[in-house]
Design a binder for this molecule. Structure first.
Ligand code: NAD
Length: 254
């Protein structure tokens, strides 16, 4: 039996990149996956088709996570779609993956640029968790996407790095608060992964050399490298793991 059979999962920002990889992997392990997307319905539907063609179960669900209203609308739309007859709407796995990158030096940083990155990378996951908890079974798993930049400081990534530092903190904090419900909260800290977020870096020869050189394995990561760890954290194989900030960067160092 697949290890996530009968489980219901929500993956935010799952129409592409790491979120897509995680959605595909959780579905392959048997979970029913709500494939959340920000604006690109066509790409989300392509992920759903890919899951269904492999015999899995998924549906697409859209919402802008930059506003509290958008997040509430997401969960209202979810209600009735992740139903279990005995418990009503219910969720077992939440992956807070949606996020934005931001390359701005301190001199160019503005209140608006900070709002932009903190709203989607910090406020949204907190509000998504608050709503998810109303529907989450005891024993659920929450996985937050942080970043290796919290450990390896890089220039011109101040707002982004601070936002991911906050993701680490909220992970440590909520692991304590939710332990009594048996809900586990962990964070993944990817290094450079081949997604749209790094398209600029990975198109540039210097950027490619830098990205490959960061990991001890001499390559940058693929979404599957992160998705496989997420599947472990989503499953009961990691039942004794909570409040952990898990490196997913191939041992990256400067
Ligand atoms: P990506 O840009 O390919 O995907 C990000 C997703 O978030 C997209 O689906 C996008 O639609 C969604 N999103 C962004 N803003 C949104 C909004 N306002 N409302 C709804 N959805 C929104 O990025 P990725 O590389 O797949 O990154 C996924 C996560 O992993 C992010 O949290 C990112 O910070 C983190 N991460 C990525 C890397 C990397 O190297 N790619 C490294 C470390 C951490």
């Amino acid at each position: 039996m697949a290890r996530l059979n009968g489980k219901a999962a929500l993956v935010t920002g799952a129409s592409r990149g790491i979120g897509r990889g995680i959605a595909l992997r959780l579905a392959a392990d048997g979970a029913t996956v709500a494939v959340h997307y920000g604006s690109n319905l066509a790409r989300a539907e392509a992920v759903v088709r890919e899951i269904r063609s492999g015999g899995g179960s998924a549906f697409a669900i859209g919402a802008d996570l930059a506003s509290a209203g958008g997040i509430e609308a997401l969960f209202e739309a979810l209600d009735g779609r992740l139903d279990a007859p005995a418990t009503g709407t219910r969720l077992d796995i939440l992956v807070n993956n949606a996020g934005i990158g931001q390359q701005i030096g301190i001199e160019e940083t503005t209140a608006a640029s900070l709002d932009e990155v903190l709203d989607i990378n910090v406020k949204a996951p907190i509000l998504v968790i608050r709503e998810a908890l109303k529907r989450m079974n005891d024993g659920g798993s929450i996985i937050n996407l942080s970043s290796a930049v919290t450990r390896i400081p890089l220039p011109n990534l101040l707002g982004y790095s601070v936002s991911k530092g906050a993701v680490n903190t909220l992970t440590l904090n909520l692991a304590q608060e939710l332990g009594s419900r048996g809900i586990r909260v962990n964070a993944l800290q990817p290094g450079i992964i081949d997604t749209d977020m790094n398209a600029g870096t990975l198109q540039d020869p210097g950027g490619r050399a830098f990205a490959a050189g960061l990991s001890v394995f001499g390559r940058w990561g693929q979404p599957e490298d992160v998705a496989d760890i997420a599947a472990f954290l989503a499953s009961s194989d990691s039942r004794w793991v909570t409040g952990q900030l898990i490196d997913a960067s191939g041992g990256s160092r400067l």
